[in-house]
Design a protein around this ligand. Structure first.
Ligand SMILES: C[S@@+](CC[C@H](N)C(=O)[O-])C[C@H]1O[C@@H](n2cnc3c(N)ncnc32)[C@H](O)[C@@H]1O
Length: 237
């Protein structure tokens, strides 16, 4: 089922930390927290999911559900260069954004403001390369960072088994896309995770926790971002 709002154009908004996000005004649903899109992405995906794996492994396999604005991919790319770790990044996206939307996003500029740019990277060029990378094949963005963008539904695409160290589960909320938060979908994701892999998501609803747990993942509730009390971390043990 495709929610009606996917047929409308999302509007660009500035969130509390200065970073852009996209919102569908008709439903009030958006791609990120209005309390800070970039800060939320760091809080939910980079700090509890990517960083521990980047510290423990010379090369990290990341799976993202929902490429969207490319914010998580961009942050992972910047952090991977900071840590000197190689990354193979796979992102599944059913409804890619048009260039006239993603090209207006201010993530390179806000990244510099919030986190600096000690390595002197051309952040604008890196962000552009992530978006223009061809769909359906592995593309080298830098010497250590490769991305494979898969255009399709996460419920249907074929994923490799026991492959990923990290899963960023960044779908729209269950009230809008309940079909993406089921035990069946998490079974596919769990099978794609290797032993010790970490999945994080901003959503910590009871049904979601049960759907994740049903697949043998060990769950922990973490402090949520901004006004959210909790978020979810799940580990394949
Ligand atoms: C909350 S947004 C987050 C996107 C991205 N991580 C970001 O930071 O911009 C959810 C994303 O999931 C995508 N999506 C919706 N249904 C999907 C599906 N069935 N399979 C894969 N992606 C889907 C949407 O198009 C959207 O880009």
């Amino acid at each position: 089922m495709t929610p009606d709002f996917f047929n409308t154009t999302p509007e660009l908004v500035v969130t509390a930390d200065g970073s852009h996000s996209l919102r569908f005004p008709a439903v009030g649903e958006g791609y990120h927290s209005v309390h800070g899109a970039m800060s939320e992405a760091v809080h939910v995906y980079i700090a509890p999911c990517f960083e521990p794996q980047a510290k423990a492994n010379p090369s990290v396999e990341v799976l993202e559900v929902g490429f969207g604005t490319g914010l998580n991919a961009f942050l992972t790319l910047c952090k991977s260069m900071e840590y000197g770790v190689a990354v193979n990044y796979t992102s599944v996206e059913a409804y890619p954004l048009e260039e006239n939307i993603w090209s207006r996003l201010n993530y390179p500029e806000i990244y510099k403001k919030l986190y600096g740019n000690d390595l002197g990277l051309d952040l604008e060029a890196l962000f552009h390369s992530l978006h223009t990378a061809e769909w359906g094949r592995e593309v080298e963005i830098t010497q250590g960072f490769r991305i494979t963008k898969i255009r399709g539904m996460v419920q249907e695409v074929t994923l490799p088994t026991n492959a990923f160290h990290c899963v960023y589960y960044d779908a729209f909320a269950p009230q809008y896309q309940p079909e993406l938060w089921t035990a069946e979908v998490f079974a596919r994701i769990a099978a794609a995770m290797r032993k010790g892999a970490i999945l994080t998501t901003y959503c910590c609803k009871g049904d979601v926790k049960r759907a994740v747990k049903a697949n043998g993942l060990e769950i922990t509730k973490l402090q949520g971002f901004a006004n959210k009390r909790e978020m979810l971390k799940a580990v394949k043990s």
